[in-house]
Design a protein around this ligand. Structure first.
Ligand code: GRF
Length: 207
């Protein structure tokens, strides 16, 4: 099967980036790590993992791109022959040029069972709310914040004695399992989207 060049965009520690590099993503191959933060742990990991890592200027805003800078990022990704973009702890809202350049080909992982607890600190939101079950979601990215069609979800129980951080740690372990699975299914051409519904064919072709 043809290799699918994949880029990961991360702003933080990069553990999901590492899980994508180390995990079974089928024909998906992580080609580059892009970050908006020179101090991102993901850059150090990229070096250790032998993957090219670059920090690019995102524009003057703290949590969004300027349109020109997002256009530059999109052009770079296109020039590199990237076919799939995976957001992994990327703390900047993308809305314009990257989505236009990669329609239906930008994924994100979020640490809650969407549509519950979108936005920042989803683990803390869920913990404080007192839910008994939370988890993580891999979804395609659309114009909203954490609103795109859901690809895969994995649940995580909230246990007696949990803190926000112990819960977040167990969610992260599930994230590392589920993100490579979603990338693999996408890169094998086993995902199809109809409105909000993403259908997953198994390797034998059954939905
Ligand atoms: C993860 O919890 C991810 O779901 C969220 O940000 C965190 C990133 O962690 N979007 P890491 O940088 O991949 O370790």
């Amino acid at each position: 099967m043809k290799e699918i060049r994949t880029a990961v965009l991360a702003s933080g520690a990069g553990s999901n980036f590492k899980a994508l590099v180390k995990g079974d993503t089928g024909p998906g191959r992580i080609h580059i790590l892009l970050t908006d933060r020179p101090d991102a742990g993901a850059l150090v990991l990229a070096d250790e993992l032998g993957i090219e890592g670059r920090c690019l200027y995102p524009g003057p805003y703290r949590t969004k791109f300027s349109r020109d800078e997002e256009r530059n990022w999109a052009d770079l990704l296109l020039d590199m022959g990237i076919e799939l973009v995976c957001l992994a702890g990327f703390m900047r809202i993308i809305k314009g040029p990257i989505l236009e350049a990669f329609p239906g080909r930008v994924m994100n992982i979020h640490p809650s069972l969407l549509p519950s607890f979108p936005g920042l600190d989803a683990q803390g939101q869920a913990f404080r709310y007192g839910v008994k079950v939370t988890g993580c979601t891999v979804h395609y990215v659309d114009l909203g914040t954490d609103t795109g069609p859901i690809i895969l979800q994995e649940s995580v129980p909230v246990l007696p004695g949990d803190s926000r951080d112990s819960l977040a740690k167990r969610i992260l372990e599930k994230e590392h399992l589920v993100y490579p699975l979603a990338v693999k299914a996408h890169c094998e051409g086993r995902l199809s989207t109809d409105g909000r519904h993403v259908y997953i064919r198994d390797t034998a072709g059954a939905v």
